[in-house]
Design a protein around this ligand. Structure first.
Ligand SMILES: *[C@@H]1O[C@H](CO)[C@@H](O)[C@H](O)[C@H]1NC(C)=O
Ligand SMILES: *[C@@H]1O[C@H](CO)[C@@H](O)[C@H](O)[C@H]1NC(C)=O
Length: 439
């Protein structure tokens, strides 16, 4: 039966509208709202894509003035990465120096205990850097994970070494195991040694420190990262991908409210400030990030900032935090306000494989979020925010354990304070001879 138009219009204002008509009207309103929402989101997607491009810098001459000719200290650490370095990373580094200018950079690479021919590959790179007069120091350390572990939890005088904790694993060599994070923090500080040496000798000061993982990157990615927020930041991170569209580094990324990401795909964040900036495709404020490639302001390091892990007594409670997150919460203490100038720059995407890099630069306009992914992302983010509690079970557990740790320490000599709660998760990472493991 065809509804009578006139009759429907008349019934509109009536108090006793027939149920069918009012539910049809309800559906029509919902449909209209849905379409309106969809159109608004699609409009935002166009702004997002345009912003990604307008914040991309392909040549050093286009960089904002404060960023031009900055002195950059480049740091990388390797363990068993021969293939990656010889296939692509070494060349990418040389390309980068070609763009930044060798007078503006110093390269510090630390390798230790690799189980493949990383040392040989780095020796070749060392030769190339030497030939081209590019300032650098490549340290090849023969200490393996096995050596670190075999050294045992006590030193020659019988005093306990740092970084060893009691775990639940039975039948370990020493009854204690060696933590991974303090070990990594120590390596990172070692790789920074030339940075401080220059400072002591007053020879050269650096504006920025660039930490590079074994990622796929192009020179323009580093230029764009340096230009984040016109070069005004305490830290600027790329986004990193192993299996896109999911991002990779969940261990160190926290939004402006100190929360871990609410989803591994776009737009990632829960806090309104981080989420809205990401949705606009703008440099996004966060409390902590690393993401495979990060540029940090050198000033806090000159003020004494160093990498570290949680204390052993706290880690013994089955807690751990990335040294790459703690560096941010510590930086905020070393230089008050620095914690408010940390950005993730969505114009910079790096990959752990060439395929991952390509996928996140695939569009003609090199965007990494299609209109469909954008719309789906906005909707799933809304849904997750309304369903999932802000404070997760894990966060409550961390808070409880930290409070107990402080309380138990009231009578001990150890000063029990930890400003890295937002970094802390309910995990234990232990070094093993051929890598590391959870316990
Ligand atoms: C930085 O320190 C301020 C003041 O102590 C604090 O309010 C803020 O949450 C900190 N930010 C981060 C990212 O740690
Ligand atoms: C990635 O993109 C480059 C440049 O377009 C191309 O040469 C290469 O074959 C691609 N590699 C993969 C694994 O997709």
């Amino acid at each position: 039966m065809i509804p009578n138009k006139k009759q429907m219009d008349l019934t509109c204002g009536c108090r006793d509208a027939p149920p069918l008509v009012s539910s049809l009207l309800g559906l029509a309103t919902l449909g209209a709202l849905f379409v309106l929402d969809l159109l608004t989101i699609l409009k935002h997607h166009r702004v997002f894509s345009a912003n990604l491009i307008s914040h991309t810098y392909t040549s050093p001459t286009l960089l904002p003035t404060p960023v031009q000719n900055q002195k950059i200290f480049i740091v990388a650490q390797f363990w068993t990465n021969a293939h990656i370095i010889s296939e692509r990373w070494g060349q990418a580094l040389l390309d980068l120096v070609g763009v930044l200018g060798k007078e503006n950079v110093y390269i510090s690479i630390l390798e230790s205990g690799s189980m493949d021919n990383t040392k040989e590959v780095l020796q070749i790179l060392d030769g190339v850097l030497e030939q081209n007069n590019i300032p650098h120091l490549i340290v090849l350390d023969s200490t393996t994970h096995a050596d670190e572990i075999n050294a045992g939890p006590l030193d020659e005088q019988g005093t306990p070494r740092q970084g060893w904790i009691q775990t639940t694993t039975v039948g370990t060599q020493w009854g204690k195991e060696l933590r991974r994070i303090p070990y990594l923090a120590r390596l990172r500080n070692t790789a920074l040694k030339p940075f401080f040496k220059f400072h002591d000798e007053q020879e050269q000061n650096f504006d920025k420190i660039l930490f590079l993982n074994d990622v796929v990157f192009r020179p323009q990615d580093v230029l764009t990262l340096l230009a984040t927020n016109q070069g005004s930041f305490s830290a600027a991170c790329a986004m990193d991908f192993h299996l896109p569209p999911a991002y990779y580094d969940t261990f160190a990324l926290r939004d402006t409210e100190g929360l871990g990401t609410i989803q591994t795909t776009f737009p990632y964040f829960r806090s309104i400030e981080s989420r809205e900036a990401m949705l606009k495709g703008m440099p996004t404020k966060v409390s902590s990030c690393w993401n495979g490639m990060i540029v940090m302001d050198s000033a806090p390091f000159y003020e004494g900032l160093r990498f570290r892990g949680l204390s052993d007594s706290l880690a013994s409670k089955h807690l751990e935090a990335s040294e790459c997150c703690l560096i941010h919460t510590d930086m905020n203490v070393t230089m008050p306000g620095a914690g408010n100038r940390i950005y993730v720059n969505p114009s910079v995407r790096v990959g752990y494989t060439v395929a991952a890099y390509n996928t996140t630069h695939a569009d003609p306009d090199e965007s990494f979020v299609s209109a469909t992914q954008y719309v789906t992302g906005v909707w799933t983010n809304r849904l997750r925010r309304s369903v999932l509690a802000r404070e997760t079970k894990m966060m409550k557990e961390v808070k409880r354990k930290m409070a107990r740790w402080v309380k138990e320490g009231e009578n001990s000599l150890e000063k029990r304070e930890e400003n890295g709660e937002l970094c802390t998760i309910d995990e234990q990472h232990i070094l093993i001879w051929n890598g590391w493991k959870h316990v």
